[in-house]
Ligand binder design. Sequence first.
Ligand code: GTP
Ligand code: MG
Length: 323
Amino acid sequence: MVNSKQEKLGRISEVRKNSFIIYFEEQEVIGKLRGSFYEEEADKLPVVGDYVRFIHNPLGDSVIQSVCDRKGLLQRPDQAKTGVMQYMVANVDYCFIVTSLNDDYNYNRIARYASVALQGGAVPVAILTKADLCTNVGRYISEVETISDKIKVHAVSALLNIGMDELKEYFATGKTVCLMGSSGAGKSTLINAIAGEDVMETSAIRESDSKGRHTTTHRQLIKLSNGAFVIDTPGMREIGMAGTEDGIDDTFSDIIELEARCKFRNCRHETEPGCAVKAAIARGELSKKRFMLYMSLGQENTNNYAKKKEISKLAKMYKKGKK
Ligand SMILES: Nc1nc2c(ncn2[C@@H]2O[C@H](COP(=O)(O)OP(=O)(O)OP(=O)(O)O)[C@@H](O)[C@H]2O)c(=O)[nH]1
Ligand SMILES: [Mg+2]
């Protein structure tokens, strides 16, 4: 019988193959899951950023008893496209969508990340890095601002300390900032600049194709000296849509409002009369490119949902067959 008084509250800073690193009283302790954890659903297992209750063992492995209720969870479908979700990080206040102002910049990708962030309860903040290498920063900022009124945008150069002061408001005591984006975009460099010391390893991008070298290999939570938390993540090229319906709706909430004004409730915005979406496009109030993006993200999300249901049905049948 566990004496609940012995339980301590910590925060997961790293997930390893067979163990977890728990941030607790300014130190990091190694934790393992209590045995019955393995019967739980995958989304109940601890991820970086989770607050956990655990029995502290100063002499060896501590034992994680439970995961505290989450304020939010950032997730994505796995890259193998099997419909399985990958639970990335929990309890994030601000999701920095880090994009460098070179070939990495991609309008659609920022919208995808924003949908995942909003779905997971985080504010999406587009950080356009390497502003020192770009001559038309203003154009990029204006373009990102058109994606959604929910996205905040900043252009910075961590190397030349340009625009960095604007970011300080996000790193307030007790807040959690998670950085996501392509390898080589400058996520770890930005964290080092904010922390004022080299807490993360960084390395130059490849000269041949400007791509990063996947320097950061695992998700890592760091506590800054003022009590703010920051999570560095390995570079991701793409982020798929699955279970992201509310996040997409939130990103494109103006289009949702327009859809509600269509004459027919099931309007497909194609040939139907009284279509408020088409009228807004015709008046120049809604860009066709943005509307098409909204439609394609929604479609991808629906397809992945259908795939996930199909896979879980097959898995259930397989389990039954084995009994
Ligand atoms: N010119 C310029 N280079 C930068 C800036 N920020 C980062 N870099 C460079 O970009 C390269 C990649 O930076 P990292 O911080 O390692 O990139 P990352 O996003 O953490 O990459 P992964 O860990 O692989 O995901 C390094 O050579 C940095 O010096 C910037 O503001 N300006
Ligand atoms: Mg890195």
